[in-house]
Design a protein. Structure first.
Length: 73
């Protein structure tokens, strides 16, 4: 088994039966993603890291106002 590198994210099983993935943003903040299966969470993590590489950072509560969208655009 090999170790993951810095900022590659991680997945874990929670006590409530769900899976959680965590990854770090460039400013040091951390984000969590939840899902029912490990595969689902892994897919969400892959997409989030791909978006992060493109410079797209999801809003903290996944809701974004129109004004905030225009400011980012």
């Amino acid at each position: 088994m090999t170790r993951r590198g810095i900022n590659e994210g991680s997945t874990r099983s929670r006590k409530d039966g769900r899976w959680e993935a965590r990854y770090s943003l460039p400013d040091g903040a951390r984000r969590s993603l939840m899902g029912k299966t490990r595969a689902e969470v892994r897919e969400k993590l892959t997409q989030a890291l791909r978006d992060l590489d493109r410079g797209i950072i999801a809003p903290r509560d996944e809701r974004q106002t129109f004004g905030a969208y225009l400011d980012q655009w």
